[in-house]
Design a protein. Structure first.
Length: 221
């Protein structure tokens, strides 16, 4: 899937938010287990979550619950997840090297998240990140749990960037799939929601810090 030969021409960086710029892994596991419990399932460990998480989220919940999840049930589960998640969000830290990583990228950068748009903008503003970004986009509809690829295409079109001249840094297989769908490049961050072995299997470079990810995006490693 991935193209490791990062050449000149990459001029725009798209950041993922949850699990990448925001170090919310512990909170995500806590909220996920509350959600699974609400559906009658057993809690899962951090390692289990890293090895099974994927989008669409209905498929993820179906695997951990061992049964299909209807659209109506998913809507309820999503409500449970975000109620628990929002309760712990204010105390959730940014990734340790966020500011260094943002400063290391010399061209334009933006954030695209599958999190709700209003909440995303509020959090980026609250944490002082907005001024560093050319664009911020989250989900503006009920598509929470959807695949990122269609959203990335729209995000780049709004920014005025061709897919071939962008690189995406994110922590999930969905990020890798989205980058491939627009003909872009990708660096996957192993500090988030996905097991590093699953990230390496995409063929894209894998970084263990955000600064390393930016260096890989620039072809400096």
């Amino acid at each position: 899937m991935g193209v490791v030969g990062y050449r000149r021409g990459v001029m725009h960086l798209v950041w993922d938010w949850n699990g990448t710029l925001l170090d919310d892994l512990a909170l995500t596991i806590h909220a996920t287990n509350a959600t699974i419990a609400a559906a009658g399932g057993r809690p899962i460990t951090l390692d289990e979550h890293k090895k099974t998480f994927r989008r669409p989220l209905t498929d993820f919940y179906a695997e951990v619950l061992g049964r299909p999840v209807t659209s109506a049930e998913f809507a309820h589960l999503d409500t449970v997840f975000y109620r628990v998640y929002h309760a712990g969000l204010e105390a959730c830290p940014l990734a340790a090297d966020v500011w260094e990583a943002l400063a290391a990228w010399p061209w334009t950068q933006s954030v695209l998240s599958m999190w709700g748009h209003v909440e995303l903008v509020r959090e980026l503003d609250r944490r002082g990140l907005t001024g560093h970004l050319a664009r911020v986009d989250g989900c503006r509809n009920n598509g929470l749990g959807d695949l990122k690829r269609a959203y990335l295409a729209g995000h780049l079109a709004t920014v005025g960037v061709n897919g071939a001249t962008c690189v995406l840094i994110g922590d999930s297989l969905d990020d890798a799939d989205a980058a491939a769908a627009v003909g872009g490049r990708c660096v996957l961050y192993a500090g988030g929601i996905t097991d590093p072995a699953r990230l390496r299997a995409t063929g894209y470079p894998v970084a263990f810090t955000l600064v390393e990810a930016v260096e890989l995006a620039q072809g400096r490693r």
